[in-house]
Design a protein around this ligand. Structure first.
Ligand code: SAH
Ligand code: MG
Length: 215
């Protein structure tokens, strides 16, 4: 089991658009590598341009496992025109909306990881409602409003196997550092009693292990 990403993956990651710092990305890769021991697919909510997907797919490939990634590819609230994280190069001029899917596909293709990823294009709660299979890892990095982050937890965590990892990005206990919804999801998971903290957490990337069986 490789503990570091393939050098080509790391190069692609560093060049990809997205919101995952290198240290947290390496922690995500370590978590994903650990989770592959369960022999189940890995799932990401929030594909964006594929930056973090590359690391999950790299860990999955090393174990012969697929990565699933969910996104409607129209961008989160804070990525819309006029907002802090807007990237005008990601607007489809024909429809006048964000479309990160072409960039996402290019990112995976150029890294040679396309065949290890299944992109689910749609709204997370709707995809979750149709997904029945068990998962080894759930990475929550989609919409950061309370509504979206809580719905991601409710929709996907029931599919996480016992011993599987729940990874939450952008967890900021201090409101001065960022939005609170991912932190609230983190607190909820611990309060539910099904999860324990792991030493894999790095910065705002928090890695919890499911200790109680799925209900
Ligand atoms: N993981 C990426 C960043 C994800 S940004 C990285 O590390 O680079 C958040 C993404 O979540 C955006 O692409 C947005 O389109 C998507 N998103 C937000 N709310 C969503 C929802 N309810 N369903 C599906 N995707 C959603
Ligand atoms: Mg994030």
């Amino acid at each position: 089991m490789a503990s570091a990403p393939h050098p080509d993956t790391l190069t692609a990651f560093e060049g990809a658009k997205g919101f995952m710092p290198v240290d947290e990305g390496l922690a995500l890769h370590r978590a994903a590598t650990r989770a592959t021991a369960l022999g189940l697919p890995l799932l990401e909510i929030g594909s964006y341009c594929g930056r973090s997907t590359l690391l999950l797919a790299d860990a999955g490939r090393a174990a012969g496992l697929m990565t699933l990634t969910v996104d409607h590819h129209r961008g989160s609230e804070e990525q819309q025109p006029g907002w802090e994280y807007h990237d005008p190069t990601l607007v489809d001029p024909h429809v006048g909306r964000m479309d990160t899917l072409p960039t996402f596909r290019r990112t995976l293709f150029e890294a040679g990881l396309e065949e290890w990823v299944i992109a689910l294009v749609g709204r997370s709660p709707q995809v979750a409602a149709l997904w029945a299979g068990p998962l080894g890892l759930v990475f929550v990095d989609g919409g950061h409003t309370e509504e979206h982050a809580q719905a991601d937890y409710e929709g996907w965590v029931p599919r996480l196997a016992t011993g599987g990892l729940l990874v939450i990005h952008d967890v900021f206990p201090d409101p001065a550092d960022g939005g609170q919804a991912p932190y609230h999801v983190h607190q909820r998971a611990l309060a539910d009693g099904d999860f324990e903290e792991t030493p894999l957490s790095t910065g705002s990337l928090r890695v919890l292990r499911r200790v109680a069986p799925r209900r």
